[in-house]
Design a protein around this ligand. Structure first.
Ligand code: ADP
Length: 242
């Protein structure tokens, strides 16, 4: 579903992604972990073209993401992206936040979009919040709305960039629960997260990055019980110490 081949990216003289090659199969859940500044966010942002690349190639469901002729809006309709900050429109109700993309970008009728939106809000446990404004919701609820919004276009892939990092601790569980549900349904997911419990329980594969490179890829069991790379060992020791 997602294929990165020899991807390099620089921010000025800083080498942010170093020869990254990776394949994510359809239905696979991959958790990307690593120290702050290691390039995790940059990596998933390149997958839907939010960040450009300087070398190599990325394809999504067979389409070259960074090719000149690619229609990025059409491609992004196949990819749901959930950010650390939820970026909901504060002046629109929850329902209208969900309706915006499908009724403007794609020709989904309002009736169909509304039915889909109500279904998704129910799925994230917010069926009763369709007509409120985002500002009246907790951070965790807003993030669940953001996930529902990302699902409106019936994406083939969901990308998560630290979706729980901005939340109060008691809000994290509800968001992870929704992500777990998606994984169970067979959604292809790439998740940047510090939630190692989620990685252990839900991921098919864990990728460890440091300084722009993928240094280790392993099953969660192998990664957490016997990390191979010294930097992965140190990272897990630091996580455990906290
Ligand atoms: P992570 O998600 O692992 O914390 P990022 O992908 O956000 O790491 O960042 C990787 C490195 O690239 C960091 O050193 C960061 O400072 C740098 N970086 C990220 N975005 C930019 C940018 N827009 N301009 C310059 N440097 C950036």
């Amino acid at each position: 579903m997602i294929k990165l081949e020899n991807v390099d990216k620089w921010y000025g003289s800083y080498h942010a992604l170093v020869a990254v090659t990776e394949t994510v199969r359809s239905g696979e859940v991959v958790v990307i972990c690593g120290p702050s500044g290691s390039g995790k966010s940059t990596l998933i942002r390149t997958v839907n073209g939010l960040d450009n690349i300087d070398r190599g190639s990325i394809s999504l469901n067979g389409q070259a993401v960074h090719a000149k002729q690619t229609n990025l809006n059409a491609l992004r309709a196949q990819v749901g992206f959930v950010f650390q900050q939820f970026n909901l429109f504060p002046h629109m109700t929850v329902l209208n936040n969900l309706l915006l993309a499908p009724t403007t970008l794609r020709k989904m009728s309002r009736k169909e979009a509304e039915a889909h939106a109500h279904g998704l809000l129910g799925k994230v446990g917010l069926g009763h919040k369709a007509n409120v404004f985002p500002g009246t919701l907790s951070g965790g609820q807003q993030q669940r709305v953001a996930i529902a919004r990302a699902l409106m276009m019936r994406p083939k892939v969901m990308l998560f960039d630290e979706p729980t990092s901005a939340l109060d601790p008691e809000m994290v569980g509800g968001v992870l629960q929704v992500m777990k549900g998606l994984a169970k349904e067979g959604m292809t997911m790439m998740c940047v997260t510090h939630e190692m419990g989620f990685a252990r329980e839900v991921a098919d594969r864990v990728i460890f990055m440091d300084a722009g490179e993928i240094l280790e890829r392993a099953s969660p069991h192998a990664f957490f019980s016997s990390p191979q790379h010294p930097r992965a060992k140190r990272f897990l020791q630091d996580v455990a110490a906290h």
